[in-house]
Design a protein around this ligand. Structure first.
Ligand code: COA
Length: 436
């Protein structure tokens, strides 16, 4: 099929000539980052002014976000990952505060216009369809709404099934590459023995709330992946999640995850991207159980709620005694993004038998900082409001805040804080008249 579009095959240097000053350029995310195209774009920096570069999480170097690119490129983060965090917090890059489920709508409404969309795809099949591979998220919607789409195609990009394809005729230019995808292990390799024990304790509490037949979402961070080994004794689990990693494979292989009891898209692992190693990239290749769809669909709280017994598992940076959850910043310092946290909290809340879980170690920085605090640090953004919050878990237990009063929540949260901070938390709560 590529034969028919031979005239569109060009070098990366040629392809990126479509970018003009003042354009907005969208980049494919995660391990589908289009390295050759980005490098060629950055090599042109002297010819370009005021180009906005926007994308979700990537793990590559982000050469357009370094200080020398000022005036040529400005990054605008849809999720502030480690590679762009410095640029955002030094005031050289901007950031959207947006739910993952909404980004596609903003693109469709023309509120997030895209001039050039740069993708990293599998080669076209015999019908001319290229797969978005390891990462659909908002990239498919971006391509559908961009003025120009250019792509690097790579035989090493898995062909992942679902609503996860673009026809080769939609690509203005095609750049052929043959490169390994970046591997991003989710398991925290640097975790100490003590930290691992804490993750295990938290995972046991989470596991105790998951019934056979439940459908799971696991968010980003160390905890969601730590839960998976504790689910081996469960039966007939299903998956409806914005992302997953290597840890899920064993549960599918064991038959623990089979999707048979799912009430929405049964027998399918519904997701929109993976973050992981070659093991998971190979696993999802042409695998009929995997159903990749856009975040607009997967993260829509209405679709999430169509799964009975939907359990969402996410993490947080700080929680105040009333249950307000900050997950994307440390005070005014932006750390990550909304991602799909509230999408899944709300979807799980509306699911029959569903529950949203936010789990995290009670402290950080060697027990010097409590993550449960009387008040959020000034400048912190609330991702999950106290009206949405349900279940909070630390290594000290489970606080079920749903339907509880301010006083009841305060007590429950102090009970799962690290013991060394409980007295201080209680004193503050009394000062606020939240305890008496
Ligand atoms: N005060 C100061 N520092 C804090 C802190 C706090 N309250 N909480 C965390 N940190 C620091 C940690 O010490 C760690 O620092 P280090 O990198 O120097 O060791 C760093 O922040 C990361 O913390 P950690 O707890 O390891 O984070 P994580 O990788 O488990 O991710 C979130 C947790 C909340 C950041 C992550 O889940 C997130 O971004 N969530 C928002 C989006 C979301 O939930 N999406 C859902 C699906 S993708």
């Amino acid at each position: 099929m590529l034969e028919k579009f031979k005239s569109r095959i060009v070098s990366a240097e040629e392809a990126v000539k479509v970018i003009k000053s003042n354009d907005t350029v969208y980049l494919h995310a995660n391990s589908a980052y289009p390295t050759a195209l980005v490098n060629a774009m950055c090599a042109r920096y002297k010819e370009l002014e005021n180009v906005k570069v926007t994308h979700l999480t990537t793990f590559h170097k982000a050469p357009y976000a370094v200080p020398e690119m000022a005036g040529h490129f400005t990054h605008v983060a849809l999720f502030c990952a480690g590679n762009v965090r410095k640029a955002v917090n030094e005031g050289r890059a901007d950031v959207y505060n947006v739910f993952l489920s909404e980004i596609g709508w903003l693109m469709e409404l023309g509120r997030m216009p895209i001039d050039v969309c740069m993708l990293h795809l599998s080669p076209p099949d015999e019908h001319g369809y290229c797969s978005y591979g390891v990462s659909n998220e908002v990239s498919k919607t971006a391509a559908e709404n961009a003025k120009i789409v250019i792509a690097q195609i790579n035989p090493k990009m898995p062909r992942v099934l679902g609503d996860n394809f673009i026809h080769v005729s939609k690509l203005k230019y095609i750049v052929e590459v043959d490169e390994e995808l970046l591997e991003v292990p989710m398991v925290d390799a640097n975790a100490s023995e003590e930290e691992k024990k804490i993750y295990q304790k938290i995972a046991e509490y989470i596991s105790s709330l998951i019934c056979d037949g439940a459908t799971l979402q696991m968010g980003i961070g160390a905890i969601p992946d730590a839960v998976l080994p504790f689910l081996k004794e469960k039966k007939d689990l299903g998956i409806h999640t914005e992302m997953f990693s290597d840890g899920l494979i064993e549960l599918i292989d064991l038959g623990v995850v089979n999707g048979e009891k799912k009430t929405f898209l049964p027998n399918k692992v519904v997701s929109s991207f993976v973050i992981g190693t070659k093991t998971v990239h190979d696993y999802i290749d042409n695998n009929p159980i995997i159903e990749f769809r856009s975040s607009k669909f997967v993260n829509d709280p209405v679709n999430i709620a169509r799964n009975d017994n939907m359990i969402s598992i996410n993490s947080a940076i700080q929680v105040d005694l009333s249950g307000q959850v900050c997950s994307d910043s440390m005070g005014t310092r932006i750390f990550s993004g909304f991602g799909g946290q509230l999408d899944f909290v709300r979807g799980a809340m509306r699911s029959k038998g569903g529950r949203s879980i936010l789990a995290f170690p009670a402290t950080t920085k060697n027990d010097t900082i409590s993550k449960i605090v009387p008040m959020l640090t000034p400048g912190s953004g609330v991702v999950t409001t106290r009206g949405d919050v349900q279940t909070i878990i630390t290594e000290y237990g489970i606080a079920d805040l749903y339907g509880k009063t301010l006083r009841e929540r305060t007590k429950l949260l102090i009970n799962i804080a690290h013991p060394k901070f409980r007295e201080e938390l209680e004193a503050k709560a009394r000062e606020f008249k939240w305890l008496w």
